[in-house]
Design a protein around this ligand. Structure first.
Ligand code: UN1
Length: 510
């Protein structure tokens, strides 16, 4: 496949600005990584531009981070939950002040367009804010005992040192929704972000430092390769792992965690369907399908990658989706006219292009897109066109495998049962959407959908802090994230049997 080419003479030269310096953050100190490899973060829209750079972390750095987290744990555990939460409150305030700057970093480093980056910033801040509130509600239960003058209580306790391992596609929101509940519940954290979006991770950790989080409570280790991640799952100090990423690594993480008998939540892939019924509001459905399929360049586990359309509106609706895909302007994520940014890196672009080639080979019909544009400066980035295939058969790879790019597979159905069967015909079960104005049909679909999250008349993407996020089948294992589920994952109940008179036991009535 072609690689990004050098500047032609008549073109604008690559913009120059000094790259940010990447460091590790261990025991409250910023230090160069001691690994052999450098971490180089480039702008995926113009890979001539290095946005951040530094020496990668090593196995020793990961071990030092775990030791720091272990040392900080007793003090942080004893800090009252409301006081722990007040640090998050400060991070919320600081993040709001820096929101625009952080969104620009996100757009430059990951490649999503600026409005999407701002949306992600807002979402992460909402999560931090919601969990800051949870510091005042870090509550157990009480229950009546079988015995008089006895009380049954549960108090919640943290787990200890926990690892947070996050992907590149939501480099702000996902770390927020894992780190916030971990800290509020009283755990200390070693955080390993994806090595192609380390800059924003570093900025997030800086906010916690600025907010006065005690040393060692949150540690950052950045590095390429599996060495660091392996330690963060295997080391005996680690009491829980919260992971989001590919199925391949997720399965490895939860297998090791299972063997060690520690808690693990692994949020993985999706092959999410949107069903558009004959009575749907087609304008609403169009906006939702386009956003779901091509928003964030399709690089989200919640992306709409399968479209199931009722035959009565098929020609009209699919025609409109194709028009919208064709008019999707690719370009600089910072330019307000840009509708879709690039793939994050060469590997993802290659995955997108080979999924497209395979779909053609297997006989799906290409309705639009399918190419890597190589003109007008786009050749310097990892761009791929918004792509739509129809005549997709259930056995095809495009129907079965997650692409993680802007590639939509479309099928036509006649009956509700056919639609349900098609929607559930996947090893994944993260999210789905159903567009209809018939509440009975909508609720029947809610009953039938084999997923963790169902959207009625809204796109497959997104989540809100107040409700659980996660999937079934191959989309995830372990507890849901967000909401109370996040707190429950990062804590455990201790049951207290309180006999405050001893009378029942003395008189032998138990
Ligand atoms: C969203 O759809 O806004 O990795 C969030 C992912 C998901 C997050 C999606 N964990 O794409």
């Amino acid at each position: 496949m072609p690689t990004a080419t050098k500047t032609k003479t008549q073109e604008k030269p690559a913009p120059k600005s000094a790259p940010a310096v990447l460091k590790q953050f261990i025991a409250g100190k910023w230090a160069d990584g001691t690994g052999k490899r450098r971490v180089v973060s480039t702008n995926p829209a113009d890979i001539r531009v290095v946005v951040a750079e530094g020496q990668g972390g090593s196995k020793e750095d990961a071990l030092a981070a775990l030791a720091a987290a272990q040392a900080a744990y007793p003090g942080w555990k004893k800090t009252p939950a409301p006081a722990r939460a007040r640090v998050l409150d400060k991070v919320v305030r600081l993040a709001r002040e820096k929101k625009d700057e952080l969104a620009r970093i996100l757009a430059r480093e990951e490649g999503k367009i600026l409005p999407e980056a701002l949306g992600e910033l807002e979402k992460g801040i909402n999560l931090l804010e919601w969990y800051a509130g949870e510091g005042l509600r870090f509550m157990g239960d009480s229950a009546p005992s079988e015995l008089p003058h006895n009380l049954l209580l549960t108090v919640r306790e943290p787990l200890g040192v926990v690892s947070v391992i996050t992907p590149w596609n939501f480099p702000w929101a996902i770390p927020c929704w894992k780190i916030a509940p971990a800290l509020v519940a009283g755990n200390t954290v070693v955080f390993k972000p994806a090595s192609n979006t380390p800059w924003l991770a570093q900025e997030l950790v800086r906010l916690f430092e600025e907010a006065g989080l005690p040393k060692g409570v949150l540690n950052l280790v950045v590095g390429a390769g599996s060495e660091i991640g392996d330690i963060l799952v295997e080391d005996e100090r680690v009491q829980a792992v919260s992971f989001t990423g590919s199925n391949e690594i997720g399965v490895r993480v939860h297998t090791i965690a299972g063997r060690r008998g520690i808690k693990c939540t692994a949020e993985m892939g999706g092959k999410n369907p949107a069903v558009v019924w004959e009575d749907a509001d087609l304008d609403l459905a169009l906006a939702g399908v386009v956003k779901g399929a091509f928003g964030s360049t399709g690089q989200r586990c919640t992306a709409t990658s399968r479209l199931i359309v009722h035959e009565k509106v098929y020609e009209q609706f699919v025609g409109r989706v194709v028009e919208a895909a064709k008019s999707m302007k690719l370009g600089d994520p910072m330019d307000p006219k840009t509708g879709m940014g690039p793939a994050v890196d060469e590997g993802q672009l290659e995955t997108d292009l080979s999924a497209i080639a395979m779909a053609k080979k297997e006989g799906a019909r290409l309705l639009c897109g399918g190419e890597r544009p190589m003109k007008n400066g786009l050749q310097h980035g990892w761009f791929v066109e918004a792509t739509v295939f129809d005549q997709v058969k259930p056995a095809m790879n495009l129907w079965r495998e997650e692409v993680f790019g802007p590639v939509l597979a479309v099928v036509k159905v006649k009956t509700f049962d056919e639609a349900v069967k098609a929607a559930n015909d996947t090893k994944y079960g993260l999210t789905c959407a159903f567009y209809t104005q018939d509440i009975t049909l909508a609720m029947r679909y809610v009953e039938e959908a084999e997923v963790g999250m169902v959207h009625i008349n809204s796109p497959t993407i997104g989540g809100e802090a107040q409700v659980p996020f996660g999937g079934v089948k191959g989309s995830g294992v372990g507890d849901r994230e967000m909401a109370k589920d996040g707190i429950n994952f990062f804590s455990k109940p201790k049951t207290v049997f309180l006999d405050y008179t001893g009378q029942a036991r003395k008189s032998n009535i138990y």
